[in-house]
Each structure stands twice: as C-alpha cells, then as structure tokens.
Design a protein around this ligand. Structure first.
Ligand SMILES: Cc1cc2nc3c(=O)[nH]c(=O)nc-3n(C[C@H](O)[C@H](O)[C@H](O)COP(=O)(O)OP(=O)(O)OC[C@H]3O[C@@H](n4cnc5c(N)ncnc54)[C@H](O)[C@@H]3O)c2cc1C
Length: 385
C-alpha cells in the first residue's frame, strides 16, 4: 500500500483549493493524492462572492466578471447598495478547475485518481481511504465528501435552491457595470424568494431564481418564475436561453466537526464552511484552507483554532434561520433593512469580520420582536431539543 503525506478526498472546490495552497507553501514537496469520481472538466457551477479591493485572492486572474456596484430591490428601497471597498465577483467553475489542475500538473508529487470513495477511517498511524476497493493511507486525510445530516429537528435545516438561465437578449437591456444581487419583486408565498441578475454584457446575463425554505419546487415552477420575471422586468425584445444552472446549498446550523478524528480533517461544505444564513461558501473555504495550510507549515497540524467568542456568529445564523423557518417576519423586509441600513457593514458582518459593537448597531436595524423571539426559540431548542 502506497502511503502519502496527504490524501484529499473529493477534488472539488475545497479539495483543489487546498492542493493549490499546498503548492504555494513550504509544504509544496509533500506527496498528495487527490481522489474524485469526476474529471472536473464541466462548468458545473459558478461562484459569486464579494472581496475587498485590496485583498484580491489567488484566483483574480480567472475572475469571469466583477462589479463595482450592486443593486437591490426590496420592500421600501430600490437602488444601489453601499459596498464600501468591496467588489462583487463571479468565478466560473470550469475556469477554476482548469487553472488549478494546470498548476497541479506541474508537481510530480501530486497524483490524481478518478475513483469512487467508499470509506474514510482513522487508524493509529494515519487516515485511510477505501476507493474502488483499494486502500490508500496518509498522515492526514482532508475530506470534502462527508454528507451533512439535515434531518435533526433540533437544528434549522433550510435549503437554498435556485435555478438560473444565462440568456442572450435581442436588444441591449443590461447594464454590465451593475449586478442586481436581490430583487424581491416576485410573489413571496410566505417564503424568502428573490431573483438576481448578473450581466456579462449589454445583452447577456445570468438570471437566477432563488428560494430559502424547506421544500424544493417542481422544475417547471422555477422556469415559470424566471419567464415571468424576464417578461415583466427586462426589455429583452426576445431572448434565447444559452445555459441553465440548478443548485441546492444547505442552510443549516447542524454542528459539523472540522476534526472528526486525529488524522481526518473535513473541509468545504463538509467541514461547515457554508455560512448557514446565506449559503455563501467560496470565500470562507478559501480563508479556512489558508489558515490550515499555514498551521501545518508552522506546527505540523492542520487544525484551526477558533476563539469561543467567534462562536457568536453561529448563534446569529441560527437566530436568522429561525426567523425564516418560523416566518416571524417577511424575509424581503428583513433583507431590505439589513442591506439598506447597514451599508458596507453588512458585508463585513457576513464575513464575520465585525466587532461586537458593530454587530449591536446592525441588530438595532432589525425588527426587534421577531428576532428576540427567535433568540429564545433557538435557546430552547439547544437546551431542550
Ligand atoms: C450550483 C451551485 C452554485 C453555487 N454557487 C455559489 C456561489 O455563488 N457562492 C458561494 O460562495 N457558494 C456557492 N455554492 C456553494 C459552494 O461554494 C459549492 O457547493 C462548492 O462547490 C462547495 O465546495 P466543496 O469542495 O465543499 O464541494 P464540491 O465542490 O461539491 O466538491 C466535492 C467533491 O467531492 C466529490 N465526491 C463526493 N463524493 C464522492 C465520492 N464518494 N467519491 C469520489 N468523489 C466524491 C465530488 O465529485 C466533488 O468534486 C454553489 C453550489 C452549487 C451547487
């Protein structure tokens, strides 16, 4: 049995990012095995995220589009949002896979195998992965294949589900300098439902219908809303659908162990990198992985240290999920307040980069009774189930 320094189980966004960061660190000569059942040669998703102008990440050269201005359509406000020094960016999956795989191909110490992983286990001397009947061993296994269990009623287990069309319009109808990140001018049906419009040029854009709730829709229901939105709000003069995208992201406060065993580390969505209240995962994964690689380079262990006070953000996420799940206040109004009354601060808050005083200021802009009731409901669930 061949032994590696590291096995990366699941070479998707998190797994490939980790391998990339290893090549950029003093650990670049370590032997690495990446296992994935897919070749990663399809544009299977698109990542959007905001980033500070002075802190561009390592994938800046392959950013597909970026916008200085984001706009919003809420209950009491429609117009641009204050982003401060943040920019909103879009990275296509295929560009990311190609870029990272090309970089990794330069390293003879990195091996990739297209296999199905059957089991991951800890042993006294390392982590083990069984894939297509073969056992591989390493000092550490980084696992992005672990499935979160989303059925415990103690947790809030919402889903963010979305369908998007990339459309090409007959007439120029988009402003390529502005990304509409949330447009609530669609029927809410008591949920949180919005459309976002990310223009590539004056005639082409990704139009995505997104819901935060517990129930998926039938496929034609997503299409119906998209069609209605385009007809009602965009002067396309006719259009064709170039590509479609469908996705589901867990919005759950289920506790997931980043360190389930001595030689196993969970990363990406499996490791809890998805922000429960928004579904955004890309930037948090990058941040966590950079910390892990830095720790390994300095101390030999990948595990990240988090202060007890940092856990307050998990509580905020749970409270927000409770407001949504229990329909304590219309979601379109919550988002209108949070974005419009907290320019720039809201992006730092969602990045978990705020100080407590900043957070208190943000909370005062929220409807106090729904959020206070949600706080007590979350506490009750945590203590009594
Ligand atoms: C369509 C879509 C759009 C998204 N858009 C955004 C966005 O705009 N912004 C954002 O921040 N987040 C977004 N997300 C959420 C999140 O960023 C992505 O899901 C991201 O890919 C998660 O990274 P990951 O490495 O945890 O999982 P993945 O990228 O899914 O990687 C896991 C890998 O493990 C492999 N695998 C799983 N099980 C096995 C097995 N048994 N054997 C072998 N291989 C296995 C899979 O093939 C996959 O390659 C989106 C998600 C989806 C689905």
């Amino acid at each position: 049995m061949k032994r590696y320094d590291f096995i990366i189980a699941g070479g998707g966004m998190a797994g490939l990012s980790l391998a990339y960061y290893l090549t950029q660190s003093s650990l670049r000569h370590k032997s690495v095995l990446i296992l994935d059942r897919e070749p990663k040669n399809r544009n299977d998703r698109t990542w959007c995220f905001w980033e500070h102008r002075d802190a561009a990440g390592p994938f800046e050269s392959i950013i597909f589009r970026q916008w200085e201005t984001v706009t919003f359509h809420g209950t009491t406000y429609a117009g641009p949002l204050g982003m401060g020094a943040y920019q909103y960016k879009m990275l296509r999956g295929i560009d990311f896979y190609r870029f990272v795989l090309d970089e990794l191909a330069k390293w003879p110490t990195i091996e990739r195998k297209q296999v199905t992983i059957e089991q991951i286990s800890d042993t006294p001397t390392g982590g083990q992965v069984k894939a297509d009947g073969v056992i591989y061993e390493a000092d550490y296994v980084f696992d992005s294949t672990f499935q979160l269990s989303l059925d415990d009623r103690k947790n809030h287990n919402l889903l963010q589900h979305f369908k998007g069309w990339i459309i090409e319009a007959e007439k120029p109808c988009f402003d390529p300098d502005k990304a509409e990140i949330m447009d609530f001018r669609i029927e809410q049906h008591g949920d949180c439902r919005f459309v976002y419009v990310l223009p590539f040029d004056e005639k082409t854009a990704l139009i995505e219908f997104t819901l935060f709730n517990e129930q998926l829709l039938a496929d034609d229901q997503y299409d119906r809303v998209l069609r209605h939105y385009v007809d009602q709000y965009l002067e396309t003069g006719g259009y064709i659908i170039r590509e479609t995208e469908f996705g589901i992201i867990p919005m759950s406060d289920v506790r997931t162990e980043e360190k389930p065993a001595k030689h196993i580390v969970r990363i990406g969505t499996s490791g809890g990198a998805t922000k429960a209240s928004t579904g955004y995962t890309f930037q948090r994964t990058q941040r966590y992985l950079r910390e892990m690689v830095q720790n390994m380079a300095q101390s030999g262990t990948p595990f990240r240290q988090t202060g007890w006070f940092d856990h307050r953000f998990k509580l905020y996420d749970s409270i927000f999920l409770n407001v949504l799940e229990q329909h304590r206040h219309p979601a379109d109004d919550v988002f209108t307040r949070v974005y419009v009354k907290n320019p720039e601060r809201v992006f730092r808050f969602l990045d978990e980069d705020t100080h407590f005083l900043d957070e208190l200021k943000l909370f005062t802009t929220m409807p106090w009774w729904p959020f206070t009731s949600a706080f007590f409901a979350v506490m009750r669930r945590k203590w009594f189930g």
